[in-house]
Design a protein around this ligand. Structure first.
Ligand code: SIN
Length: 492
């Protein structure tokens, strides 16, 4: 049975934003079996509500609804699509407080940060509302005197996305904004941990007048939904944000019908501080990059590489700055570090900590992560970290900052690139020659140069190597949802 709205633990200004039903073909539906999935608050483990446990049959109906909708949506003018997207953006902004509260409740992140994510998420819808009007083609000189070559862009068709829990709104809008702007319909399957923000976005899309079936939100266990989406020849594109393991599995499944894929996968971001860096700025950037979302982003600095001569100054200033971090329930005033998403996330930080300490690291800030207090982990700073430690090879996804000391630029670049991942990298230097050299040498899709906050709707977000394929946001984001068609016009 669904949890009644009366037991919902916070009061929303607009209670209809809390939906315990899936949004398919413009209707709010339950699963065929009536089964539900509990969703809890990571800060206290209490159930906040339930969502339908849909499977293959409901997914097939979502595909059919999205297919019907696609054929109408693609014939709307770019201007009409743009205006509907813009209305959706406005509603997101209007409901920032409620969306933020829902997000804090299911994901844990501090309320101010959750509202910040709502703005970030809405910025993708606004961006793509604008980009919708710019689906420009090209003309190319023909191969013969009477020939013209014309290139047009068309929507790929029905698309789907599978999104993660760490950004319950922005990872949806970054994909759906681009898809809808290009003229595609989309089925969104949000993470099991954070479905309510996604359903609220579906509700607002409906209120904005986005036609039935153009955007669908389906909840349920990942396997049957993903298998149905990737085995359908009607679905022409999958966009996934999550782990490299799952991404690679989905890519293999998409091979069956040659579905287009975009993958935003794991990272292992290096953060380099050279001896010519502005150390105060580097510390500011380190705080922004490492502790955003309590260390739970794919672009969080995972390894700090600091040059010998500035190592001690950087460590001292970073530990000082870390004193400003406050751990607690995301709804509490002033909290900057929330509960991690679940117990497994806490255990991963503990494991990385224990492995590093057993191999000679030193804890210079923060308590031993004993994990006694629910899903909370106090921020930790370790020095003496070496490449043989587990945290140098895997994302910690928690508030543990690990410092590796290096001597030369070549050594720093070698260490930074010594990973199968290549999503984000950061470095601090005030030497213009070094800036260009290092930016060229780092094997990452996103480079923060004297900057720790790199995410922006106008910029192409995505990785190299095992961090994924394709780009999201920017003008490139819409290309992922378009087919290029070339017309060879003869006899002119
Ligand atoms: C992510 O962690 O996957 C996304 C982070 C961002 O958009 O900044």
């Amino acid at each position: 049975m669904a949890t009644s709205k009366q037991t919902f633990p916070i009061s929303l200004k607009h209670s209809a934003l809390f939906q315990q039903a899936c949004y398919i073909g413009g209707e709010w539906i339950q699963s065929d079996s009536g089964d539900m999935i509990d969703v809890d608050n990571p800060a206290n483990g209490k159930i906040i509500g339930r969502v339908p446990d849909c499977g293959s049959a409901e997914t097939a109906r979502a595909i059919a609804a999205a297919d019907t909708a696609f054929h109408r949506w693609k014939t709307k003018t770019a201007n009409e699509r743009s205006e509907l997207l813009y209305r959706w953006y406005e509603l997101m902004i209007e409901h920032t407080d409620d969306l933020g509260a829902l997000m804090t409740l299911e994901q844990g992140k501090p309320l101010a940060e959750a509202k910040g994510e709502v703005n970030y998420a809405a910025s993708f819808i606004k961006w793509f509302a604008e980009e919708a009007r710019r689906a420009y083609g090209e003309t190319i000189p023909g191969a013969k005197p009477d020939q013209h070559i014309v290139v047009t862009r068309q929507p790929v068709g029905v698309t789907c996305c599978i999104t993660p829990w760490n950004f319950p709104a922005a990872m949806i809008t970054r994909k759906a904004g681009a898809a809808l702007a290009a003229g595609c319909s989309m089925i969104v399957r949000p993470a099991e941990a954070t479905p309510f923000t996604a359903l609220a976005l579906g509700y607002l899309a409906q209120q904005a007048g986005i036609p039935d079936g153009v955007l669908n939100v389906i909840t349920g266990k990942p396997k049957p939904i993903a298998e149905t989406l990737t085995s359908s020849p009607v679905v022409r594109k999958l966009s996934f944000t999550g782990s490299t393991g799952v991404g690679s599995q989905l890519m293999a499944q998409c091979a069956q019908h040659i579905q287009k894929v975009s993958l935003e996968l794991g990272g292992n971001a290096p953060f380099l501080v050279f001896d010519d860096a502005d150390i105060d700025k580097a510390v500011e950037g380190a705080m922004a990059s490492k502790f955003r979302n309590t260390g739970q982003t794919c672009v969080c600095a995972n390894r700090f590489l600091v040059q010998d001569s500035v190592h001690d100054a950087f460590v001292e200033k970073l530990s000082e700055a870390m004193k400003s971090l406050k751990v607690g329930d995301g709804f509490e005033e002033g909290v900057t570090q929330s509960a991690l998403i679940n117990r497994a996330a806490v255990e991963k930080v503990q494991q990385h900590y224990q492995d590093a300490m057993s191999k000679g690291a030193t804890r210079v800030y923060g308590p031993v992560p004993e994990g006694k207090n629910g899903n909370y982990v106090e921020p930790i700073l370790l020095t003496g970290v070496t490449p043989d430690m587990q945290l140098c090879h895997e994302e910690t996804f928690g508030p543990l900052a690990a410092i590796i000391r290096f001597k030369t630029e070549d050594e720093a670049i070698r260490l930074a690139n010594d990973t199968p991942y290549g999503l984000a990298a950061y470095f601090y230097s005030q030497n213009i020659h070094r800036v260009w050299r290092v930016a060229d040498a780092l094997e990452s899709g996103i480079i923060g140069v004297n900057e720790g906050a790199v995410s922006n709707a106008a910029a192409p977000f995505g990785g190299m190597k095992a961090s994924g394929l394709g780009r999201e946001g920017s003008s490139h984001g819409m290309e992922e949802y378009q087919e290029i068609k070339y017309l060879c016009m003869g006899g002119a």
